[in-house]
Design a protein around this ligand. Structure first.
Ligand code: 13P
Ligand code: SF4
Length: 330
């Protein structure tokens, strides 16, 4: 997958970021809105947001919002989850095309067919879905996990049940290893975490003696095997905050993550692990999620101003709400 081909913000005319940030601050009050931003969106957007976090923290933060409108700077499944957990609120996403390669890899009709096939073969299982899925997939699932609570949720699945884990094969394999449970895996993966180059990681380790590798569990096993700390984005942030000795961290996740790490623990040095371009075989600094990068200050301002694009309630959100509430809020 060539991430360099995607440049979603190139068509925008330049506007001064500081002016945009002031305008966003004014509009927030005028429109009674709260801004939530994932750690993978641009630092300027994180700075103007009321809440920053990983998927789990933001889903929980969304339920604490007192304004009538939530603007979710992240990707579609995140804004959709915020709407599902807050049906009475207006939930906006600055760009409706901000998708996710993991969510796309697991369409609801294919999952339903696979579940039916497994049942016909005599499997007695529960379906555990990563939050990076559509609401339609969530409504077909028994549990929802994020990288922040996956281990605890796996432990809640009755021991006499098999587990079908969708859609991230790498997170699933890692969870099987740490939980000791056997998981039936869906063959999905994240386009950003999939491309890290183990050769470049090894070179970066050699060039930075004493450094520590921190990696997201969406990374393939080859990267996780070379890592000192494995955790979702919030766990990574907490880990660097708890490390008092100034350290060089080699960071194997989306590169916007360097912003909250630097803000939270400025005593350290952070180096993003490079990726390997599948098309050319060359190393690149292309570990930006093109979907997250669709969020820009201009689109955030426009969406506050116009009250759209909006996530519209769908009938199947009701079932997804039950599963999300049981998994993330109880
Ligand atoms: P977390 O924020 O839960 O670590 O997940 C990373 C991710 O890929 C979000 O799309
Ligand atoms: Fe999806 Fe990967 Fe982007 Fe996260 S980083 S939104 S998992 S494509």
């Amino acid at each position: 997958m060539n991430l360099e081909l995607v440049d979603p913000s190139s068509a925008e005319e330049y506007e001064d970021p500081l002016d945009l940030m002031d305008e966003i601050d004014r509009l927030k009050v005028e429109k009674d809105a709260t801004i939530l931003a994932h750690y993978y969106v641009d630092g300027e957007i994180q700075d103007v947001a009321d809440f920053n976090g990983d998927s789990l923290k933001l889903a929980r933060d969304a339920t604490k919002v007192s304004t009538s409108t939530i603007v979710f700077c992240g990707v579609h499944f995140m804004a959709e989850s915020a709407k599902i957990l807050n049906p009475e609120k207006k939930v906006l996403l600055p760009d409706m095309l901000a998708g996710c390669s993991l969510a796309e890899s697991c369409p609801a009709d294919r999952l339903a067919a696979h579940q039916a096939k497994l049942r016909a073969e005599g499997h007695d299982f529960e379906t555990v879905a990563y939050i990076n899925t559509t609401a339609a997939v969530k409504s077909l699932s028994d549990w929802i996990v994020t990288s922040g609570n996956a281990r605890e949720i796996i432990d809640r699945v009755p021991a006499d049940k098999e587990i079908l884990f969708v859609p991230d094969q790498h997170l699933g394999r890692y969870l099987a290893e740490v939980s000791g449970r056997e998981l039936m895996l869906w063959p999905g993966s994240c386009m950003v975490h999939e491309i890290f180059s183990v050769q470049d990681l090894l070179r970066a380790k050699r060039n930075n003696p004493g450094s520590e590798v921190i990696a997201h569990p969406e990374c393939p096993k080859t990267i996780l095997d070379e890592s000192d700390f494995i955790g979702g984005t919030e766990k990574m942030r907490r880990h660097v905050m708890e490390t008092t000795e100034p350290t060089t961290f080699l960071v194997a996740t989306e590169s916007a993550m360097i912003h909250p790490l630097t803000k939270s623990a400025p005593q350290h040095t952070y180096i993003p692990v490079p990726g390997l371009m599948e098309s050319t075989g060359e190393t690149c600094a292309c570990n930006r999620c093109p979907h997250m990068a669709r969020n820009t200050l201009q689109k955030l301002r426009d969406c506050l101003k116009n009250g759209q694009p909006e996530i519209v309630w769908q009938p199947y959100f009701e079932k997804a709400r039950e599963v999300l509430t049981r998994s993330l809020l109880q």
